[in-house]
Design a protein around this ligand. Structure first.
Ligand SMILES: [Zn+2]
Ligand SMILES: [Zn+2]
Length: 362
């Protein structure tokens, strides 16, 4: 029996345990991927730190933002082939329901997110349906390839497909953690005339300003809606990435006539709409945006390859697989100072540095 290491969740909210488990056997139509990089995100924090998101079974291997190399293919798989560089679409979809057929795999009726509904990629290997894989160009490194699948593709879809951002418009990004930081960069790249970054963390605002936000505002210190209306006359597009009612309501107050507010953040709260006379009279819209499409990931790889999108500052720290839990706790503790942390299973555990010390500094 061949074994491998896997960072597994035994109970929601409990630390991950790195254990020796059997290397999964790729079933018919599946592929075994040797994981080279796996990013961590807010969803992982909900699972392993806050413990307020359900998992389909325990123990389960976490990790849904990954890239690697095809190690073996199961029966019936013609493509990809052994040795191919690939990234994982963050969920295994059925390929048959009407959302899959329309290219909307995130909305698949039988979607199984890695690390929530089936074993994920915080391990030496992960078995995935061949159709879950996205080819990773040779010039895109594994760590960048991994974070693009969710951390960059999620705000990209929100801006492009749901927000319908057009060049020359004004954009507000509410919440400048990992997704929001990328949203600022993407909005600039997509031709926004002004980008407004909103966050309570001064480090997140500094970073957003460095990456091209024209205004960086903290709701704790400034009348954000007043400032936005005075300077820009209201936003054309607002992206909410926090998932709190008060942030949604602030985003709505900042949008102008024909303004679209796209909600990406999720949480238990229930925001309220502005008075109907204002909302209807200004022809405002509120839209949800969930996950990404395969085309978003593929297009982002092309933009990275072409040098149009620079994600070199996005990886705040890298950790070995043994340090997966330390990496999660670091992400939980210093959200504002971090864009993305990545686990690279092949990294040796470091004996001479304190646990949790970053290999790459922000
Ligand atoms: Zn995620
Ligand atoms: Zn489906």
């Amino acid at each position: 029996m061949r074994t491998m290491r896997a960072a597994r969740l035994h109970r929601p909210g409990e630390p991950l345990r790195v254990e020796e488990v059997e290397v999964p056997e790729p079933a018919e139509g599946e592929v075994l991927v040797e994981v080279r990089a796996c990013g961590l995100c807010g969803t992982d924090l909900h699972l392993a730190v806050q413990g307020d998101l359900p998992v389909a079974r325990t123990p389960i291997t976490l990790g849904h933002e990954a890239a690697g190399v095809v190690a073996r293919v199961g029966r019936g798989v013609r493509s990809p082939v052994e040795g191919d560089r690939v990234a994982l679409f963050p969920a295994a979809s059925c390929g048959e329901c009407r959302f899959c057929r329309a290219g909307r795999e995130s909305l698949c009726d039988r979607s199984k997110v890695y690390g929530m509904a089936r074993d994920g990629a915080l391990a030496d290997y992960v078995a995935v349906p061949a159709r879950s894989l996205v080819p990773l160009p040779a010039t895109v490194p594994f760590d960048i390839g991994a974070i693009v699948t969710d951390g960059v593709a999620t705000p990209f879809r929100a801006l492009r497909a749901r927000g319908r951002l057009r060049a020359g418009e004004t954009v507000g990004v509410f919440g400048c953690g990992g997704l929001g930081t990328h949203a600022v960069q993407l909005a600039r790249m997509m031709g926004a005339a002004s980008v407004v970054a909103v966050d309570v963390d001064p480090r997140a605002l500094e970073r957003a300003a460095r990456l091209g936000a024209d205004l960086a505002l903290s709701p704790g210190e400034t009348d954000v809606a007043g400032e936005v209306r005075e300077r820009l006359g209201g936003l054309d597009l607002a992206l909410e990435l926090v998932g709190r009612p008060e942030t949604v309501e602030l985003a709505l107050r900042c949008t102008g006539k024909c303004g679209r507010t796209v909600l990406v953040g999720v949480g238990p709260g229930r925001p309220s709409l502005p008075p109907l006379a204002a909302f209807v009279g200004r022809e405002q819209s509120v839209l949800g945006s969930f996950g990404m499409d395969r085309a978003d990931i593929e297009d982002l790889y092309r933009l990275v390859e072409a040098g149009r999108l620079d994600l070199s500052g996005s990886i705040s720290a890298k950790y070995s697989l043994e340090e997966a839990d330390a990496a999660l706790r670091r992400l939980a503790g210093k959200e504002g100072g971090i864009v993305r942390v990545v686990v690279e299973p092949h990294l040796a555990r470091r004996g001479d540095e304190p646990a949790g010390g970053p290999i790459v500094s922000p």
